[in-house]
Design a protein around this ligand. Sequence first.
Ligand SMILES: O=C(O)CCC(=O)C(=O)O
Ligand SMILES: [Fe+2]
Length: 423
Amino acid sequence: MRSLLRLFDRPAVPPPPPAATMSASSSAESAPSSGLLTVEATLQAEVETAATLRVFVGGAAAPVLEKPVQLGPQAQATWFSVHGHLLPNGPVTVGLELVDARGRHLAERTLTLQVRNEGELAEATRASLKRGGVPLAVDLVDSGLYDYADQSLTAWHDQPPEAVEAHLARLAETGQATPDEIAALRHFVDEGYLVLPDVVEADLLTRLNAALDDAVEKKIEGYEWGASQRMHNLHLQYPAIRELWLHPRIIRMLRLIFCAAGRPCQSLTYVFGSEQQYHQDTIHLTSFPAGRMCGVWTALEDVQPDSGELVVFPKSHRLPRVYMKDAEAAKVTGDWTEFGDKVVPRWTEFLQPGSGKFERQIYQPKAGTVLIWHENLMHAGSMRKDKAISRRSIVGHYFAEGSVVYYDSSGMPGLLYEGELPA
Ligand SMILES: O=C(O)CCC(=O)C(=O)O
Ligand SMILES: [Fe+2]
């Protein structure tokens, strides 16, 4: 009996930590990258275990982020991002350590990321992030992290008319923009979009349509003929789409709009109209500072009436920008119900459909025409009244190099194309 009691007296010996594995990678390992540098990790343990992912930057002893994770036999993905703006340009080491609830070491990884934030916009953004005490690493990105109220960061095209005119006059005097480009920029400032006819050469247009036909035939992403569904990032598979994505005339216009290089983050290919409800892109494709994102919409065929044309609401870009925190909406993780309940009514209120407050302009361009919209311009895909009519188009969203790029609706960081751009 006594020996049995003694057995119970003995302090419990904790079971050894479970075997766990962690892999990690980042596109910033191979390409010098601007803005947020995102590390994706895959974690696994032999048994269910509560754990913490600790992130160390630049050899510092204290973690810059501690992210709780639940490990299990099923491999699971997690991520975090580092504000490269807060680091010197060049290589930086990022260490990941996985520890269990008792702080015992489970696994570790070290990556070398390449930071590249150069130019005036990057400098201004860096200074703002430093002033605001923005954390070096984050695992959800939100507009509340950044000082959007700082007027010194306002894009030239969002400034009062005198400042806009002074800027345009400077472009004209220095020969940086042609009279046609200046007219287009003025339209962008006043109306929230600009239109560039005849951008896509006939030969490229033929190849783009052939790429689209091929994607339809291959049922990429399960695409069925006639669906409004879009196909993502086809520029990775089709050289013609990549050529459009990096078309010198588009890139040149974006440079004039951003006063910095414009870099795409993705491409969306539509065969039929999207029927997307009116929205601002600002909440989905978000830049800090504001005004450093544009949508670029290219018609691959002459757009027909009743095809579910793109609709824009001129001048609506001057409406307030809606961010998730202002709508008190939780980040979307797959279910858009709360977003629909909290964000969409703001847009509805702004437009007051039927009130004539903003003109609803139906866009019916010729094939090869490019429309560039301001991030905050209200736009939509109208109803497809005739479901048989296609509306072949490609959209790219572009950000100014030097800004912070993220998707406020989901809290995810954005990822820009960091390769060569045409001069
Ligand atoms: O093409 C459309 O109908 C709308 C596309 C759109 O809203 C977008 O890509 O941001
Ligand atoms: Fe949009």
